[in-house]
Each structure stands twice: as C-alpha cells, then as structure tokens.
Ligand binder design. Sequence first.
Ligand SMILES: [Fe+2]
Ligand SMILES: [Fe+2]
Length: 333
Amino acid sequence: MPSFAPALPRPRGPVSYAVITALSEREPHAGQFTLPTPLRADPLGADAQLALCVCYELHYAGFTGVDDGWEWDPELLELRHELEERFLSTLHEQTSGANDANASLDQLLVEPMDGAGLSDYLADRGTWVHMREFFAHRSLYHLKEADPHAWVIPRLTGAAKAALVAVEFDEYGGGRADRMHSTLFADLLRAARMSSRYLAYVDCVPPESLATVNFMSLCGLRRQLRAALVGLLAAAEITTAPSARKILAGLERLEAPHECRHFFAEHIEADAVHEQVLRHDVVAELLREDPKCEADIVFGIEASELLEQRLAHFILDKWGRERSSLSPIPLSD
Ligand SMILES: [Fe+2]
Ligand SMILES: [Fe+2]
C-alpha cells in the first residue's frame, strides 16, 4: 500500500462493522467473510455508504495495515455488488428516466431564482467556520480530484476519449504536481489550518457526503456505467464554475488566505473551458458513436445532481439550526 494510505474509518453499523473488522483482522481470499444477513441497511444511509466507501478505497490508496489483496476478494466484491445494486435502484427510483442529454445539461444552467443554494449561502452569509466545514465535506473528493473519472479513459474511444483526457490533463496540473487540483486543495486545507491527510475527515462527514463520491467511484469502476460517468463529469464541469465564483466571493468577504481563494479562482477559469469540451467533444462524440447510451448519460447527470442537492440540504439544514454539519463521532443509521 502507498505511504499515504489512511487508517480504516470507524464503523457506523453492522455492514460497515463486518467489512472493517474483516479488513483489519483477516487475510483476503480466505473465504471466511461473514455478513449480516439479510442486508437491511438503508442504501443511502451511513452504514451502507461507509461500507461502499471502504470497498472503493481499496481501489485508490488502500488502508494502513490492510492487505492489498482485499481489493479483489470475491466475497467482498459480492457484498459491494449488492450494496451497489441497492444504491443504483434507489437512484433510478428518484430520477426521471429521461432521454435527452442536452436538455438535462441545459437544465443545470438555470440558476435557482431564490438564491438559496449552498454556494449562495457561502457567498452571502457563510462564516469561516462554515467554510472550513465545507472544505471538510469536499476533501473526500478533492484530495483525489479527477481519479474516479480516470477509470473511464480505457472505456472510451476516438474523439470522446481524446477530449476527456485533455480535461483530465488539466485536473492533473498539466504535468506539474504542484498544479494538480488535488495538490491545490491540500494547499487550501493547510492554509485553513486543517488536515490535508487523505480521508482525514471520513469519520466526521454524513452519508450524504460519502454518497456523492461513492457514485463517482461506482460509475468509474463499472464499464457498464461509462456513459453515466461521462454524464456526471459533464454535470460537475457545468456547475462548478458558477458555484466556484460564489464561494470565491464568500472567501474574499472573509479575507481568507490566498491558497483558499486560489483553488476556486482556478476552477472558475478552467471549468468554463471544461464545460464546453465535455458538452461538445465528449458527450456529443459519445452519443454519435453510441446513441443508445443517452439515457445513461442523463442518469449520471440527474443522479449526481440529486446527491449534491441532498448534501446541500443536509448542510443548510444544520447551519439553519446553528448546528455543525460535521460530527465529532461517526454518524450511525
Ligand atoms: Fe478541478
Ligand atoms: Fe474541471
């Protein structure tokens, strides 16, 4: 495992307890993995989402003290498959099943009239405490920014592949480690006097945060969902520039450190370009090559937006009641 492999998180229920205990106490491929049956965990709840997160992290950095062989343990993969199927069917139930990718992407550009989104709150009223909480939620993704999407590269061909790689090249700093967006986010965390250690905040975030990243990993790892991955990436690139502009305004109001402002300033410029590349070169080319995948693209767009909205709602609800959106201890179902 790499030197930056994090510690295993703390369990949040019977399924995550079974997974984390197996990883910490047993050898992989030993056939002794006992699962709580039946699998009753809420597919969007803390227990199931943490179990999924742990399964996926075996494909990224792994965990300190955990045998890397667990990544391909058949019983763990079987459990993951069941959790994924339940996660996917919940997302399908809550999305429209529409089949017009351009209409779905256009919809993302419509600003809510009431200005009541999470980035509006951070722009107008967010305190430094709120900003730091927001950074903690986002650290799960931004410290591995672009990695979940990189898995789709071998699953694309031709112009769609070349264009997506061009976007990924920017996310990875154009060949400069100090300009990788994950590096810029680590700089942001340190400037905010927070931990830049990978997964440092995994025990503190709600399942709503875990689900946004798990959905990226799920779509990245399943070739069957390659079009959904393209859809969720397009949605992210389209929505990032406007929200980064608002968050930057909030950070300027708070006179936040340069490194904090720089991360969002970088995304205003970069994602305005990435949006165009995703729409016209990746999505359009993928549709030209495989018109049948349009509903999957829409599913990726809608499901990722749904999960983002759930997270925003969770955070704003807590802040509206003057509570923290982070837990000092893991949240359980
Ligand atoms: Fe980025
Ligand atoms: Fe981007």
